[in-house]
Design a protein around this ligand. Structure first.
Ligand code: GTQ
Length: 329
């Protein structure tokens, strides 16, 4: 009567270490790009609302997840198109892969998207995307959809008859929050409507920070050089559920094996890396994507030139729930 014996399933339910349902996986950008361009012939951004090819983890096809907890997709916006404004409780980040004139507007504030810029659309912020350039714009969407689904916490609205957000000056939030400064608490310039006021992290800035750090310190054996993108308001993760990182592995280095209970998605930015995930070996160049499930053993080698990677993970969620652990071998 609506019950079942625990003893048959206890070992499967309470495991000695994480037992992810997804597995290590790889997507070559050159393989997916032609499909995305073909999708551009078949459906408009407005019809699709978001013209995206979802990265399906091969262990869970149709589950719309790249790892157990994370979603990833390649989004295409063609010249003169607009992906219309909506908002949802799912938090999203975009790593720009190709753009010459694409933009995202968050609560009415536009930012231009340049290659490898990180753009956030945090929980419940209105966002639309457009392309004022002459070439297709493509970026990787990283969302917490499986996390929000697990909590049945999804809400969404289309702009429809809602009042559009008042237009804000382009770059305004970066001016207020993007220079290691923030408006003094309780003054009128403070953005109190959001806990995540900064949503644009230009590649030129984060790349320079990584280069300067690498110049002035020794590479860490498990990371090379790794930096976390932070919310300037509190120094914490960039969004409530998702953490984001930039990493450089200097030429010739192989990182020591490492595991973390968080799952992650890595994206190639510069150079060519040999990435090993639980015994699977992937060669990843710029714009290629690798899924690293929870507790998979990860090493990264830079056999030729310096390697630069972007990654995002569920660490922000897991730390809040006291579930995050790592092991460095
Ligand atoms: O751009 O708002 O890949 O809402 C999936 C859901 C992108 C978006 C996705 C979304 C978006």
């Amino acid at each position: 009567m609506g019950t079942s014996p625990l003893w048959d399933v206890l070992d499967a339910l309470v495991t000695p270490h994480p037992a992810p349902r997804t597995k290590p996986a790889f997507w070559a950008y050159d393989g997916v790009r032609p499909l995305l361009i073909e999708a551009g012939d078949r459906i408009t951004a407005r019809e699709a609302e978001r013209r995206v090819l979802i990265l399906q983890n091969p262990a869970l096809p149709g589950a719309h997840r790249v790892t157990d907890t994370l979603y990833a997709g390649f989004q295409l916006v063609l010249p003169n198109e607009i992906a219309p404004s909506h908002r949802h409780t799912q938090s999203a980040l975009r790593l720009v892969l190709e753009s010459d004139g694409a933009w995202t507007a968050v609560d009415g504030e536009r930012v231009d998207m340049a290659d490898f810029d990180l753009v956030l659309t945090p929980n419940w912020r209105w966002h639309e995307h457009g392309n004022d350039g002459d070439r297709p714009a493509i970026w990787l969407d990283g969302l917490d959809i499986p996390i929000v689904t697990a909590f049945a916490g999804g809400f969404a609205e289309h702009l429809g008859n809602n009042q559009p957000p008042a237009p804000a000056a382009p770059g305004d939030s970066r001016a207020r929050y993007g220079s290691s400064l923030k408006p003094v608490a309780g003054t009128t310039a403070e953005r109190t409507a959001t806990r995540y006021p900064l949503f644009h992290f230009p590649y030129a800035h984060w790349r320079a920070a990584l280069a300067a750090t690498a110049k002035n310190s020794e590479a860490d054996p498990h990371f090379g050089y790794a930096m976390e993108f932070v919310n300037p308001v509190d120094g914490g993760p960039v969004m409530g559920t998702i953490s984001a990182f930039a990493q450089m592995i200097p030429a010739g280095m192989t990182t020591r094996p490492r595991r973390q209970s968080g799952s992650a998605v890595y994206v190639g930015v510069e150079g060519n890396a040999v990435v090993k995930v639980d015994g699977e070996t992937y060669r990843i160049g710029p714009r290629d994507v690798v899924a690293v499930p929870s507790w998979a053993e990860l090493t990264i080698e830079a056999p030729g030139a310096d390697v630069v990677l972007f990654s995002y993970s569920d660490r922000a969620s897991m730390e809040k729930l006291d579930l995050w652990r790592e092991r460095r071998d």
